[in-house]
Design a protein around this ligand. Structure first.
Ligand SMILES: Nc1ncnc2c1ncn2[C@@H]1O[C@H](COP(=O)(O)OP(=O)(O)O)[C@@H](O)[C@H]1O
Ligand SMILES: [Mg+2]
Length: 322
């Protein structure tokens, strides 16, 4: 019986009626998933501890010199540094942890910066411009690639992204950018890519990848096309969302490039490469080393397709601790 302790730093969020598409809380870990992870770890006979913020964890860090820390489930309020905090703390205190290191988290949190990293791969990259303040929105007059989607550069869980984020001309882009800048900075005007929404889910070490599966998103049983997985679909509408492994249905080069990218990044442990497949091109929308571990999420679906159960997935992730 293992007596090792796992520390999970993650919120236990419950949504109330004050929520809107700009709410930071959308990016927090929910009570349901945090408690599900803790219960699953306990089933595996691990001792567990849970803190809802990195600050709380730091206040008790001396108790956890020999623990393994789950660093990637905490959401946190808007900050371009938030994803890197826990990995950096663990590295500074020489604690073993599960999740991408601070460098990978910072790179992937910044969607604009991620595009530079992706240039060495065969993936397609949607065109984009950034703006950090309203004055910079005037430069968007030069945009030639409509429709485009106006979205936060550094957020997750579709915070600030709804069907009204898709715009067809400069005036609409400027209006959407002005509104979004009140809540999040910087913002992106990114080329809108229609097509199937597919994530290449990888797990392993840089030297040995255990999982590399393509998982597709379906809304009401249908693949995405000109629609998005935004605020309405995630929170408001009563639609049914499902995921299915489609590794055998997509060109093999996409998985091969995904594995090459995953290995190049160093300590990642697990990450989704989120994209849209249109004709023969795979456009990468973002890299998600902060991905969900909900039992019906993309990553779990990838593990199930490779023959793992949910708890076996957690065991495998824990084996990447370093
Ligand atoms: N450039 C784009 N083209 C098409 N759809 C997009 C694009 N950017 C975002 N989306 C849609 O919006 C959703 C959320 O956008 P994303 O950039 O992944 O933000 P988040 O980090 O909040 O998940 C995606 O899952 C996708 O459906
Ligand atoms: Mg996303």
């Amino acid at each position: 019986m293992s007596q090792k302790e796992i520390v999970v730093v993650a919120e236990k969020r419950e949504l109330d009626s004050n929520i809107n598409m700009y709410s930071n809380e959308l990016d927090f870990s929910s009570r349901e998933i945090t408690e599900y992870i803790l219960a699953s770890l306990e089933k595996l006979n691990y001792k567990t501890a849970c803190y809802e913020t990195p600050k709380q964890f730091l206040e008790h860090i001396s108790r956890h010199r020999n623990s393994i820390v789950f660093t990637n489930q905490w959401g946190g309020y808007h900050s371009r540094n938030k994803r890197s905090l826990l990995a950096a703390v663990c590295e500074a205190y020489q604690l073993t942890y599960i999740g991408a290191d601070a460098y990978v988290q910072a790179l992937c949190q910044d969607k604009y910066l991620t595009k530079s990293y992706l240039k060495d791969y065969l993936f397609s990259i949607p065109k984009a411009v950034q703006a950090s303040c309203v004055k910079e929105l005037d430069d968007w007059e030069k945009i030639t690639y409509y429709p485009c989607i106006i979205k936060p550069n550094d957020e997750g869980c579709s915070v600030g992204i709804s069907s009204s984020s898709i715009v067809s001309d400069f005036q609409a882009a400027k209006r959407a950018g002005t509104e979004l800048l009140k809540h999040y900075q910087p913002v992106l005007a990114e080329e809108f890519i229609q097509g199937r929404e597919i994530s290449v889910c990888c797990a392993g070490t840089a030297d040995h990848i255990d999982i590399a599966e393509a998982v597709e998103l379906y809304i009401d049983g249908k693949p995405l096309d000109k629609n998005i997985w935004g605020y309405e679909t995630k929170i408001v509408d009563s639609v049914s969302v499902s995921k299915k492994a489609v590794t055998d249905e997509i060109p093999v080069w996409i998985i091969r490039e995904g594995k090459r990218l995953f290995s190049s990044l160093g300590k990642v442990d697990f990450m989704r490469i989120d994209g849209r497949l249109y004709k023969d091109k795979f456009y990468v929308i973002e890299l998600s080393p902060d991905c969900s571990l909900h039992p019906s999420c993309f990553m779990a679906t990838a593990f199930y397709n490779a023959g793992y159960t949910y708890t076996q997935m957690l065991e495998r992730l824990i084996s990447y601790e370093c």
